[in-house]
Design a protein around this ligand. Structure first.
Ligand code: AMP
Ligand code: ZN
Length: 468
């Protein structure tokens, strides 16, 4: 297949290191709040990428991190720690916050038919790995200690700006004063590998290290987690375009300095989903979550369909009008499929292969999902294909599209769901007792979006599956 590689700025033929197993790493969520639908666009794109690789015959091993520490509110090593800020405002520990929003993230992913990665690793679970890498970087003189923190020295390597295609002058002109002000750094773009001294003395999670008690910088987790599970090489590394600089740039710098050779071959990035006023954010205006869309009556898979309608490398602007249009055509699509009844027709092998080939070629062409959908519509409308051939093709295409084209899911209250619902009700009771009614309502609405209705009475809170 062909895929655009941010590293070479070209669409390239994809060639895995070992064709028996593609090694794919995708940066995971920072779990201090719900994911916004922009974040989810990136995970939908990664899901399509992984499923396309499966569809064309590769076995994929996918690893994802959960950022539960050390991601600061600014892009540089400054600003408040997002996890800590959220924990303080919700009156919880950082780990409770992380667990709550990790579960919420996977609920969202499940509703969007985004497959869980094979390995999910929390940043806080691999501290020893990071210490090992940082120690070697210091030994090899790629890092230095200043005022208690360990910094990576970007002047010790070549090609620091290769991935982003930027240059130092551009970055310095664009930099804010707080980045330039860290007097401990030899270069403004040196980045922290390990903090022992920071503005935030009350950092909740700290570990012992050769440089004193502290915590890792944000970027090291993805290098450490990837190397733990994949060793010294990696085929694909994905994320949203905002990850290109500084996160992925710094991951490459530290990993290649540590390993002494090239680390990852394909860097693949999804463009952003913006709202009409510009960048989507978790703090600005109406915070667009999947459950908000559900409360407004949209199906999660209508949002997936909306995303698949445009190319992952194009910016997409979110508006309710465009989501309405996508929703409507998704419903029409489902209705048309419902009207194709299984009969005793024999599958037309030649035609089946021909459509399958075209579908595959669209995806192999740098994941052209919009064209893949066009082929699906052609199959449905075709006057030449019999019903069973159509249904088999739809089933086959849905392995990648994952739009539940043939099966409408019924909800069941299984053990996992019961545990989750009860935890959330407890969370809500706690929020109510500290008079945080906004949070309590948020949890009630979130449960509703999962199809669970809760009822408060003097005896306590009960719940049931929403009808319809
Ligand atoms: P975060 O939880 O902030 O670490 O982001 C999770 C993922 O969402 C990362 O891969 C980001 O690059 C990606 N991302 C952040 N903002 C957007 C956006 N507006 N549109 C698409 N992807 C985004
Ligand atoms: Zn990452």
């Amino acid at each position: 297949m062909k895929i655009y590689n941010t590293l070479t700025k070209r669409v390239e033929e994809f060639m895995p290191i070992d064709k028996n197993e593609v090694k794919m790493y995708t940066c995971g969520p920072t779990v201090y709040n719900y994911a916004h639908v922009g974040n989810l666009r990136t995970y939908i794109f990664e899901d399509i990428f992984e499923k396309t690789l499966n569809y064309i015959g590769y076995n994929v091993k996918r690893v994802m991190n959960i950022t539960d520490i050390g991601h600061l509110t600014s892009d540089a090593d400054t600003g408040e720690d997002k996890m800590l800020k959220s924990a303080k405002s919700e009156g919880k520990s950082v780990l409770e916050i992380a667990d709550f929003y990790t579960d919420a993230f996977f609920e969202d992913a499940k509703k969007l038919n985004v497959k869980k990665p094979d390995i999910i690793e929390k940043a806080t679970d691999l501290i020893d790995e990071y210490i090992k890498i940082i120690s070697t970087l210091l030994e090899k003189d790629f890092a230095y200690v200043a005022n208690g923190n360990v910094y990576f020295d970007i002047n010790k390597i070549d090609g620091y700006y290769e991935l982003s295609g930027r240059n130092e002058e551009d970055l310095i002109v664009g930099a804010r004063s707080d980045v330039l002000e860290d007097k401990n750094k030899r270069n403004p773009y040196d980045f922290v590998l390990w903090f022992t001294s920071s503005k935030f003395e009350d950092q909740a999670l700290k570990w012992d290290s050769p440089w004193g008690v502290g915590y890792p910088g944000w970027h090291i987790e993805c290098s450490g987690i990837s190397m733990k599970h994949f060793g010294e090489n990696l085929d694909i590394h994905c994320g949203g375009v905002d990850n290109i600089f500084p996160h992925h740039t710094n991951e490459i710098a530290q990993s290649e300095a540590y390993l002494g050779h090239k680390w990852c071959n394909y860097w693949v990035h999804a463009e952003h989903l913006n709202d009409q006023s510009g960048k989507m954010s978790k703090s600005k205006g109406e915070f667009l979550t999947l459950s908000l869309l559900e409360r407004k009556g949209y199906k999660p898979l209508a949002y997936r369909f909306f995303c698949l309608g445009s190319h992952y490398r194009n910016q997409l602007v979110f508006s309710y009008e465009s989501l309405d249009t996508a929703s409507l055509s998704y419903e029409k699509l489902l209705n048309r499929i419902k009207s194709i009844k299984q009969d005793d027709s024999i599958i037309m092998e030649k035609e089946f292969s021909l459509y399958q080939k075209r579908f595959k070629e669209s995806l192999e062409d740098d994941l052209n999902t919009a064209n893949a959908l066009t082929i699906l519509f052609e199959v449905i409308k075709s006057n030449d294909l019999n019903n069973n051939t159509k249904l088999s093709l739809i089933e086959d295409f849905d392995k990648v599209l994952s739009l539940d084209l043939l099966n409408i899911k019924e909800m069941v209250l299984d053990d996992d769901l019961v545990i989750k619902v009860e935890e959330m009700i407890k969370e809500r009771d706690e929020a109510k007792s500290r008079k945080d009614y906004a949070k309590a309502d948020e949890i009630r609405d979130y449960l509703l979006s999962m199809g669970i209705v809760i009822k408060d009475s003097r005896e306590g809170t009960t719940y049931e599956i929403k009808e319809g």
